[in-house]
Design a protein around this ligand. Structure first.
Ligand code: DGL
Length: 299
């Protein structure tokens, strides 16, 4: 761990007076309510090995899944502006919940390309033979207008069993991906889907791919899991190309810069055990617009 980063930073606001240079070499900013977006970072690293990556986990405020919309929008804007102030050339909102609630707002405020993540309703509908699929996502995602519209547009002929994954993001935040408690919670959510004939399960929260081994133990070969992280990485590649922002193909970037709004201990553990990223985690304080900055907790 390193000491809190931004005791010295003025605040999260993006200064338009002296904008950082945003060339091909600039990093891609990625964020999530917490550690879940590391599943997206993993896919981006595999797809775009020449890109520099800057990741923020808002673990001090995780989970977002039961928060109100205003809170999620405030955090999305504050973190997006902070990433831009650090020189990010494009942003990935690696959080279904933040995408559902606030990506439109972030796009309206910031002048960099912003890519979001959405539950894989379209691929699930394309592959389900039984025409019954489960969706595990946060309550905020499931009740959002964007989610309703995804179902209407791509899956009107498919029956979706939508289950809020209460407790699952908290478990991943604690680095608990296979305890008896987390397995029991998953079984409680997944077994009714199996009983209803589901053959496909959409992982509609970026925390859940880290639970895939436990999910496969419960579902065996009865469910095909749909995780959109690889599709997001490909979409990011297209957006960078269209905007002439891709890093040179011969570049060897430094390892991803990992930042957390809490003490970073769990982030370090998850990143090193599951992603092989053993570097330091920077503890950052990103205050909410108009509010008092959060206290950093040095590890
Ligand atoms: N990982 C996030 C998502 O994809 C949010 C989980 C949470 O904070 O509740 O929705």
């Amino acid at each position: 761990m390193t000491a809190p980063l931004d005791a010295s930073l003025p605040d999260h606001s993006f200064s338009t007076e002296s904008p950082p240079r945003r060339g091909h070499e600039a990093p891609i900013g990625i964020f999530d309510s917490g550690l879940g977006g590391l599943s997206v970072l993993r896919a981006i690293r595999a797809q775009l090995p020449h890109e520099a990556l800057l990741y923020v986990a808002d673990s001090l405020h995780a989970p977002y899944g039961a928060r109100d919309n205003a809170f999620i929008s405030e955090r999305t804007l504050a973190i997006s502006e902070w990433l831009v102030s650090q020189g990010a050339k494009a942003l990935v909102v690696a959080c279904n919940t933040a995408t559902a609630e606030s990506i439109a707002l972030a796009r309206a405020r910031l002048a960099v390309p912003i890519i979001g993540v959405e539950p894989g309703i379209k691929p699930a509908a394309a592959q389900s033979k039984s025409r019954t699929a489960g969706v595990l996502a946060t309550q905020v995602t499931l009740r959002s207008e964007r989610f309703r519209s995804l179902i209407e547009r791509y899956a009107a002929d498919c029956h979706f069993i939508c289950q809020p994954g209460h407790g699952l993001a908290d478990a991943v935040e604690r680095c608990d991906i296979d305890s008896p408690e987390v397995r029991a919670l998953l079984a409680r959510y997944i077994e009714p889907m199996l009983a209803a004939g589901a053959d496909t399960l959409v992982l509609g929260c970026t925390h859940y791919p880290f639970l895939d081994a436990a999910i496969r133990d419960i579902a065996r070969d009865r469910l095909t899991l749909v995780d959109t992280s690889v599709a997001i990485a490909r979409q990011l590649e297209r957006v960078l190309e269209t905007n002439h922002l891709s890093a040179p193909a011969d570049r060897q970037p430094a390892p991803p810069r990992l930042c957390s709004t809490d003490n970073g201990v769990h982030m370090h553990r998850l990143a090193s055990t599951l992603l092989g990223l053993d570097g330091p985690v920077e503890c950052v304080s990103i205050g909410t617009r108009g509010g008092t900055p959060d206290q950093s907790h040095a590890a």
